[in-house]
Ligand binder design. Structure first.
Ligand code: ZN
Ligand code: ZN
Length: 171
């Protein structure tokens, strides 16, 4: 496969792609992401986003297919423990000449991967993150991390305790 030459500013000149319209070019690049892409999420990028894809010019637009991988330090939504995991995003984008509100746009003869990668990553950052599939979370009674230590607290205390009746009475 032909190799697309990406400029130092993460843009791709599409003239060689137009010259070989319909052929796929390999695109590999890394981009450091600004921390404000995280929005309100308490997570951190632990390295650059890596794009591994192919680019193909076809009838006035450029198709980009492949994936983006970003290492992220998450905070578990249940127990609050930090953990690192790669965010893997499949991409299949069409970069078009004229703005249509649905696709990324060519900048003249250039594909700007800065914009594309930043927007796609921002859209794909999960709002929930679990440190493990069956995270047991924090005990609401004693505050212990129940993945690390079992406690003997009665969990659904509000519903089953004989005192819940009294609590309501006292109010
Ligand atoms: Zn957890
Ligand atoms: Zn407990």
């Amino acid at each position: 496969m032909k190799h697309a030459s990406i400029k130092a500013d993460n843009t791709l000149d599409i003239k060689p792609l137009i010259a070989f319209a319909g052929e796929s070019f390999e695109v590999c690049l890394e981009k450091e992401l600004p921390s404000n892409l995280m929005g309100n999420n308490p997570y951190k990028f632990m390295g650059p986003a890596k794009l591994d894809a192919t680019a193909r010019y076809n009838e006035g637009s450029v198709e980009i297919k492949g994936n983006i991988i970003v290492p992220i330090k998450y905070v578990c939504s249940k127990c609050g423990a930090p953990f690192e995991e790669n965010l893997f995003i499949d991409i299949n984008e069409k970069i078009v000449e004229n703005d249509d509100d649905e696709h990324f746009m060519l900048l003249g003869d250039l594909v700007d991967f800065n914009e594309i990668i930043s927007q796609i990553v921002a859209l794909n950052i999960p709002t929930m993150a679990l440190c493990r599939k069956n995270c047991k979370g924090i005990c609401p009674v004693c505050g212990k991390n129940r993945n690390e230590e079992d406690c003997s607290c009665q969990l659904n205390i509000g519903a089953t305790s004989p005192f819940s009746y009294l609590k309501d009475k006292i109010k």
